[in-house]
Design a protein around this ligand. Structure first.
Ligand code: ATP
Ligand code: MG
Length: 564
């Protein structure tokens, strides 16, 4: 196939849109691959659509290879199903809701566990019909709070979602393993640098869950990596396990006069102690009940992690009104000793550890406040934000921290959805068995952006061949002999089965054509330029920038090699 740039709908831009902060957003727009329709909603233009389709094709081939059966379910779904599982509420504002002319409530599907479960309930009746893996590549809708970074986080986006159904744990584990391997093949073929990390399961429920992360500065996820063992996890999923040494008998509680020290920084400076010697008590409400959360003074509470631990209870920071109603809670000087509210604490606040903390009086703190002696922890929860150098839960080595894009997610859901819809099949012994389920997602449109993030350079996009919108970008520098040779080259490449993008635009300077070729990111650029009259073309490797002048026939031989 030859795509002629004089014909295709393509307008490259010199400048990125003002609001485009990430590389992929800037370049995909500048290169004319996508155009914004409305916030977080994108049109895919011809070259972009080719890249998106190439990603989808690779996903499809590998899903088919593990026995996945492709289906296509609607995006417009009855809200009833999401109410039956409680997810309408859990998703909250993320869910696009609408009502038809008869008043029936619908949602635009954010992911399809409910609908697939209902489908299987309807279609499957015996253990003989299982296991089954169903998948689709389909448009999903989520009313994201901050749709940003272009197609990296859309409100409408393409996802591959699959669902496995089995009669027992072994089958579920096997389906999960198949997906894990398929995902590794998919992301390797896509040319992505990726890590498989353990994840929290979020609104999905269930147990085993891993994420596939593509390291990139633009990523919104933080993951930890152990330099010594193979441990890697989403920062939200790291569990603190190191033992905390108890203090040698610190003596009785001592009250200190600490005027104007409502923050840890001011307190530590006033007393000349490290922030880690102090105990910070954050006040939150849990389903409306005021609760204190204790963490070492040099640590931050990860509210997301806290909410995760306490779900479905609703966690919020206390307000000025909450304080007004509780004069015993002295803002900036709260300590857990003698408090009559629930006290949650980080595992570092272990029995026997001694702290400097608020004395529950304005301008006063208390020292030698010992956990287990002077106050009790109602529940230990790992809620602090992970830091570079924190001990690896597996081997104790200092962890490293990185940013990444979540490109895929696999879950062993278990029976959350099959319980909700009572999906039983006839078992081998003639008795009904409850079906168990896994769900597995890949951000197909997000993967395009992730790949752009990882492969782009200062000149533009830089696609791996299997994903690129063409195999070869042929540039005719402008003169008649060059145009002629370029056309000849394009025809010959096409005849050899290669996908060709031909820059045959008249009235565009060679410099602008070369810049566009770099911007568009096809892996090989063939230029009919200076020595076109003698039958010479220049081959440029887009990634390395290496160039070579060759006779056209030799260039064609090179490019037709299957290992390119
Ligand atoms: P995130 O944490 O980034 O919001 P998620 O964990 O909510 O994502 P899942 O429900 O696991 O997402 O969806 C499966 C996959 O779909 C994700 O791994 C991601 O690659 C992709 N995805 C999720 N939300 C979006 C979005 N708004 N735009 C593009 N892709 C998305
Ligand atoms: Mg996820």
């Amino acid at each position: 196939m030859i795509q002629r740039m004089s014909r295709i709908l393509l307008k490259t831009l010199r400048d990125a849109p003002a609001d485009a902060e990430t590389t992929s957003h800037q370049l995909l727009v500048r290169a004319g691959y996508v155009r914004r329709s409305s916030a977080g909603v994108w049109s895919w233009l011809p070259l972009g659509k080719r890249v998106l389709d190439n990603v989808a094709r690779i996903v499809r081939e590998e899903m088919d290879a593990i026995g996945g059966q492709e289906v296509l379910l609607p995006a417009l779904l009855p809200r009833e199903a999401y109410e039956a599982t409680g997810r309408a509420e859990e998703y909250g504002d993320l869910l696009f809701r609408l009502t038809d002319r008869k008043g029936t409530a619908y949602v635009l599907g954010p992911t399809h566990e409910e609908i697939f479960t209902q489908l299987v309930k309807d279609q499957v009746s015996s253990y003989k019909d299982l296991p089954v893996i169903l998948y689709q590549i389909q448009t999903k809708y989520r009313d994201e709070a901050r749709p940003r970074s272009g197609v990296l986080r859309g409100r409408e986006f393409q996802m591959k979602d699959s669902y496995s159904f089995d009669t027992g744990e072994e089958g579920l584990a096997a389906a999960y393993r198949l997906h894990r391997e398929a995902y590794q093949r998919i992301f390797t073929r896509l040319g992505l640098d990726f890590r498989v990390v353990s994840a929290v399961s979020g609104a999905m429920g269930g147990s085993a869950s891993e994420e596939f992360l593509a390291p990139a500065a633009a990523g919104e996820d933080t993951f930890v990596d152990c330099p010594a063992c193979d441990y890697a996890a989403n920062a939200e999923a790291v569990v603190f396990t190191a033992a905390v040494p108890a203090a040698a008998d610190p003596g009785p509680v001592e009250e200190l006069d600490t005027p104007d020290t409502p923050t840890i920084e001011t307190l530590a400076a006033h007393l000349g102690v490290p922030a880690s010697a102090t105990l910070k008590n954050l006040l939150v409400t849990v389903d409306g009940e005021i609760t204190a959360v204790g963490v070492p003074g040099d640590r931050e509470v990860d509210l997301g992690k806290l909410a995760e631990h306490l779900a479905p209870a609703v966690v919020a920071l206390v307000t000025a009104e909450d304080f007004a109603a509780r004069p015993d809670l002295v803002r900036g000087y709260v300590g857990p000793q003698g408090l009559d509210i629930p006290y949650l604490a980080d595992p570092r606040i272990a029995p026997g550890t001694s702290w400097i903390t608020g004395a529950n009086k304005p301008g006063r703190h208390a020292a030698n406040v010992v956990c287990g002696r002077d106050f009790q922890v109602d529940r230990h929860l790992d809620v602090v934000t992970v830091r570079e150098g924190d001990p690896c839960p597996r081997c104790g080595t200092g962890l490293t921290l990185g940013r990444a894009i979540e490109i895929g997610h696999i879950f062993q859901l278990g029976r959350k959805y099959t319980d909700a819809f009572q999906v039983d099949v006839l078992g081998r012994d003639g008795k009904p068995v409850r079906v168990t389920m896994g769900s597995y997602g890949i951000g197909v449109s997000r993967a395009v952006a992730a790949l752009a993030e990882q492969t782009a350079d200062a000149h533009g996009l830089c696609w791996p061949r299997e994903v690129a919108p063409a195999d070869v970008h042929v540039v005719a520098a402008g003169k008649a002999a060059q145009t002629e040779l370029a056309a000849l080259a394009a025809d010959a490449l096409h005849a050899a089965g290669l996908r060709v993008l031909l820059d045959d635009r008249a009235g565009v300077s060679p410099g602008a054509k070369f810049a566009d070729a770099d911007l568009l990111g096809v892996p090989v650029i063939l230029v009919a330029g200076r020595r076109a009259g003698e039958g010479y073309v220049e081959l440029k490797d887009r990634r390395t920038g290496e160039r070579e002048e060759l006779q056209l026939a030799e260039a064609l031989r090179r490019l037709s090699r299957p290992d390119l």
